[in-house]
Design a protein around this ligand. Sequence first.
Ligand code: SAM
Ligand code: SF4
Length: 323
Amino acid sequence: MLDNCGRNINYLRISVTDRCNLRCIYCMPNKGIKFMPESNLLKLDEIHRIVKLTSELGISKIRITGGEPLVREGIVDLIKDIKSLPNINEVCITTNGILLAQHLTSLIKAGLDRVNISLDTLKEDVYSNITRGGDLKSVINSLNFAVDNGLKVKINTVIMEGFNSNEIMDFVAITENNPIDVRFIELMPIGEGKNFKSISTQQLKDIISKNSSLTTCDSITNHEGPASYFKTEKGIGKIGFISAMSHSFCENCNRIRLTSEGFLKQCLHWNSGTDLRSLIRNDITDAELKEVIKRDIFNKPIRHKFNDNDNNSDNRLMYQIGG
Ligand code: SAM
Ligand code: SF4
């Protein structure tokens, strides 16, 4: 359906848990994390109910995220149930990839269309450092397994000065040797992200252009979503830049978000939206719930304000929202 600015909102991102098997330095604090009680997490049938209603309002693409979505029990069945809804065309997952290989066959059988794997370094010691103990080999194994099984794969990479900024061309090389898109995501000043220095899209493009020629692919992509895509001369996969900070992509935004405790978020930045869990647990009817969701989609804010200080920004952290 169209929102009040005429944007076609057809994409719902669902965080299915705030738990994670890693502790990436820019996402989660090392200690003192207060995970929400299990009873506050939306149950899988509650998620399914919300997806069904949003799909009747024009949502056709679903992304499952977290925390780490693959630590949530029953995730494969949820994906299968969502994919079998008549208006849902595409179900994707964003994962750190640690547990992906062991679930991949069932996920493909359940109808998973695409996978985005978050991977910020190709060096084992740096990976362990950034993720506070993660094992790079499991992720590479998952990545290869996904490609070998014909799944469409994107790598999401956050480049931070002093950590992985010397690996930019190694990620570019992945797109030259594999049918994999690599997307460089600008670090957002949310929670722990405030403690690190991001490399901007322009800086990345300058570094890559010194070594390879970059050609835009935007004329051949449908330009939905926040990334702008390029290729090098030898590129099989594409190089995407997600520049939330330096270039707002709000005018093309097509998404809403559901947090793991059931808050329907209209925008990544703003705290506006509705606590759907309370409504569901107080016996709201499908027709009433659909009206609430419709109102929230229609009233989606025009743009984020990450670059301003204001009182309406969300205090939720990235692992609670799902990215
Ligand atoms: N655990 C899964 C994963 O890592 O792919 C899914 C959830 S994670 C919150 C989703 C994405 O958010 C990851 O690609 C991660 O790099 C990104 N992310 C986390 N904190 C961020 C920040 N402050 N700025 C930009 N991206 C961030
Ligand atoms: Fe976990 Fe993903 Fe956050 Fe890393 S980025 S701590 S894998 S939720």
